[in-house]
Design a protein around this ligand. Structure first.
Ligand code: NOJ
Ligand code: MG
Length: 595
């Protein structure tokens, strides 16, 4: 399933139908059993930094590496395990760093290699891990590899996917090799005058797709992995993995056309066509297994901690789960689980859609692998805007109470909401390739506005006069300074959660049961013999309800001690509450302990 497909209205209807059927069967109590002795990443809280928007150190209004380094103590204090950084490499910034012109160096406006080394050093001192974004699918058209490929230089001629195109029998004119569409609207093929051929680009025109059928490309990209492992990184978030391979041309050298999907009438929208030939190919899975070998070999040779692969994929479960590996081979440590984004974005937040999202992962995940839970990223509207601000604590609690790893996008810990960006201020290529009437369907700028550090000028993001994107309107109240000073805030709740996750053997190693209780209420129990059980309960409905938690679990004591409560909850931490008749206001979420 493609990123773009998940945005479409027609698909919403489609998924709703599937959900209705599945949900009917899914409102069952579900139990999973976990094991002990875990590696660091198996219970980690990952934190995504979008470097351009995190912290500016030099006043140009653009975030940078020294800015991140100056805020590592914030991450330490937040209690996260590892930060993954969106791309920091040399780039013309057509797609804000996802178009890399030099995979081995740092973008000058972000800093230098020495700045990066300093960042790693400081992170090591604080016991934080740093993960980089690996962008294997494409490079920038300004990368030397592409320039050499255009010239058919020895060793580079087949680095990208080149094709003569087809001659139209009626008009006699040359046309692209197939009808394939790029993500950012329009044809996925671009004519190159100099080489007199088309090249494939599944994203922007300036992001030519690398050719993974060339052994030189495969070797080069493994070099990229080893290079940054040498610089001390703890792993990679791997960008747009499902588009790595396309189908091979047929015996006549032609590529097949994709069918019309029927999802949208807009012929420039990627969803206009299916993505049968351009995504989810079997060869891609094997390439991820090869990268895992690179990482494992590195550790075997040089020792140290495991480094990890996090895979970006919005593909269906049958494909996504293969990334984990199988009985005979290890694959990615964590293919991202975007169910809390995709399923809920299209079907609304409810106890049922939460249950369905969890089932969809746990019931499809191969045995012995580690689940993970993601609430947002730089491509999706901010979690607090999608779920509603009153549910942000409930969702932050959920991902940290569930077993396995969790992933926070910068600002989710504060309840940051989307910025409002006019067409004039829009910079995202996806939106810029559309028009003023429809750009809001495509733009990713609202979730990329500067991080909110203070209630002061430019939210403390920069000392300079401007910011590369306007600030979100809520920065005066939603920011680190204000929320740290408060007794109870989204931020203090988040910190209590990471602390609990670090200290609780039950959360790290315990069994998991979860269930929809009385329509709107979702409950999770984590338990481990010899330790206190942790109970999560949340009211996702719009009115106050009273539940009986013993209906969920008869073995629970008559009252439970309250550990953590959502921002507006009127209950008191540390007090024991009778669970036979527990009243929950709309949006109220609680974490209890049996002790
Ligand atoms: C997925 C990234 O998250 C997105 O921001 C980017 O535009 C595309 N991949 C292309 O690299
Ligand atoms: Mg700067």
């Amino acid at each position: 399933m493609t990123l773009a497909l998940l945005r479409s209205k027609a698909f919403t209807t489609l998924l709703s139908l599937v959900l209705l059927v599945d949900l009917g069967q899914a409102i069952q109590e579900t139990t999973t059993t976990a094991s002990t002795s875990k590696d660091w990443w198996e219970t980690a809280q990952f934190y995504q930094i979008y470097p351009r928007s995190f912290k500016d150190s030099d006043g140009d209004g653009i975030g940078d590496l020294n800015g991140i380094t100056s805020k590592l103590e914030y991450l330490k204090d937040l209690g996260v395990t590892a930060a993954w950084l969106s791309p920091i490499f040399t780039s013309p910034m057509v797609d804000f760093g996802y178009d890399i012109s030099d995979f081995f160096d740092i973008q000058p406006e972000y800093g230098t290699l020495d700045d990066f080394r300093n960042l790693i050093k400081k992170a090591n001192e604080l016991g934080l891990k740093i993960i980089l974004d690996f962008v294997p699918n494409h490079s920038s058209d300004e990368n030397d590899w592409f320039k050499k490929s255009v010239k058919r230089e020895k060793g580079y001629a087949d680095y990208y996917i080149w094709h003569d195109g087809k001659v139209n029998a009626t008009t006699g004119k040359r046309e692209p090799p197939s009808n394939w569409l790029q993500y950012f609207r329009g044809s996925a093929w671009q004519w190159n005058e100099e080489r007199q051929q088309y090249y494939l680009h599944q994203f922007a025109v300036q992001q030519p797709d690398l050719n993974y059928r060339s052994p030189d490309v495969v070797a080069q990209m493994k070099r990229v992995l080893r290079y940054w492992l040498n610089e001390g990184v703890a792993g990679f978030r791997c960008d747009t993995v499902p588009t790595l391979f396309e189908v091979q041309p047929d015996a006549d050298g032609q590529y097949p056309d994709e069918a019309i999907s029927g999802i949208t009438q807009d012929p420039d929208d990627r969803n206009f066509l299916t993505a049968k030939y351009v995504e989810d190919q079997p060869e891609t899975i094997d390439m991820v297994y090869q990268w895992r070998t690179v990482l494992d070999d590195y550790q075997r040779i040089y020792g140290g901690n495991s480094s990890v692969l996090l895979i970006e994929t919005y593909s269906p479960a049958w494909y996504t789960m293969q990334f984990y590996g199988n009985r005979s081979v290890n694959g990615a440590h964590l293919p991202f689980n975007f169910n809390f984004i995709s399923v809920i974005e299209k079907n609304g937040l409810s106890a049922k859609t939460v249950q369905y999202s969890i089932d969809l992962w746990l019931q499809n995940m191969p045995a012995g692998r580690t689940p993970n839970w993601v609430l947002g990223n730089h491509d999706r509207r901010r979690a607090a805007s999608r779920y509603g601000l009153k549910h942000i604590d409930a969702m932050n609690m959920l991902v940290m109470i569930l077993p396995g790893a969790s992933v926070t996008y910068q600002g989710e810990e504060l309840g940051m909401t989307d910025g409002e960006i006019s067409w004039e201020d829009t910079v995202d290529p996806w939106a810029c390739n559309s028009n003023p009437n429809i750009f809001e369907q495509y733009t990713r700028d609202p979730e990329r506005t500067p991080f909110q550090w203070t209630s002061g000028t430019n939210a403390g993001f920069t000392q300079g006069p401007t910011t590369w994107l306007p600030l979100a309107a809520d920065y005066k109240t939603i920011n680190v300074e204000t929320e740290s000073a408060a007794d109870h805030s989204h931020l203090t709740i988040y910190k209590s959660l990471t602390a609990l996750r670090r200290s609780s053997k039950t959360l790290q190693n315990g069994n998991t049961r979860y269930k929809v209780l009385s329509e709107d209420v979702f409950v999770v129990k984590r338990s481990l013999s010899g330790a206190a059980s942790i109970i999560y309960v949340s009211n996702f409905g719009s009115s106050t309800v009273t539940v009986n938690l013993t209906e969920f679990d008869k073995t629970l004591p008559a009252s439970l001690g309250l550990l953590i409560r959502s921002l507006d909850s009127k209950k008191t931490d540390g007090v024991k509450y009778a669970i036979g008749q527990l009243e929950l206001e709309s949006g109220e979420a609680l974490v209890f302990s049996t002790e």
